[in-house]
Design a binder for this molecule. Structure first.
Ligand SMILES: Cc1cc2nc3c(=O)[nH]c(=O)nc-3n(C[C@H](O)[C@H](O)[C@H](O)COP(=O)(O)O)c2cc1C
Length: 158
């Protein structure tokens, strides 16, 4: 591979022009809910149904999600910017003050989210400073037809 001819600031700036939705990927670990904000969530395959996300290797939540072997992705609505900020933080108890219940597979599912996707962790692939997590979808549902929270050029909304 040739050496890149740009710095990490340029990488962030250019990729920031690709707008993404935001979800919270969460799991239960020892009866406690854990989760993190994820903008890299993507649909992979219809048959079998697979989805994925990229998790940073420095995340303290990702090893817990990995160990749980399952996760639920809650797709955030446009009025859940505050929820996104909490789940993008390193607060020890991100779920205090957050409404949630259990998905069919027992993972945390956030109240007020547009939709949820309940998965078993199917595979993990290394990719640079991130891991690519692949989830086998067990069940999924749209909760309400609101507008999504969008992340674009380092901020919320377009
Ligand atoms: C809009 C948005 C999208 C994010 N997307 C990702 C992502 O796709 N993958 C990732 O590893 N971190 C992503 N993050 C950062 C993580 O949410 C954050 O680093 C993590 O929750 C830090 O806490 P932890 O150490 O408890 O995991 C995103 C943050 C924001 C605000």
């Amino acid at each position: 591979m040739t050496e890149p001819v740009f710095d990490s600031a340029r990488f962030r700036q250019v990729l920031g022009h690709f707008p993404t939705g935001v979800c919270v990927v969460s799991a239960m670990v020892d009866d406690a809910p854990v989760g993190m904000a994820i903008g890299s969530f993507f649909s992979i395959s219809l048959d079998p149904p697979l989805v994925g996300f990229c998790a940073g290797k420095t995340s303290s939540t990702w090893p817990k999600l990995h160990g749980a072997g399952r996760f639920c992705a809650s797709i955030l609505a446009d009025d859940q910017e505050d929820v996104c900020r909490v789940f993008a933080s390193k607060e020890p108890d991100k779920f205090s003050g957050i409404g949630w219940d259990h998905s069919p597979l027992g993972s945390p599912r956030l109240k007020g989210a547009l939709a949820w996707i309940d998965c078993e962790l199917d595979a993990v692939h290394e990719a640079g400073d991130h891991d690519i997590a692949v989830g086998a979808v067990h069940d999924l549902h749209v909760e309400h037809e609101g507008k999504p929270l969008v992340f674009f050029r380092g901020g919320y909304g377009v």
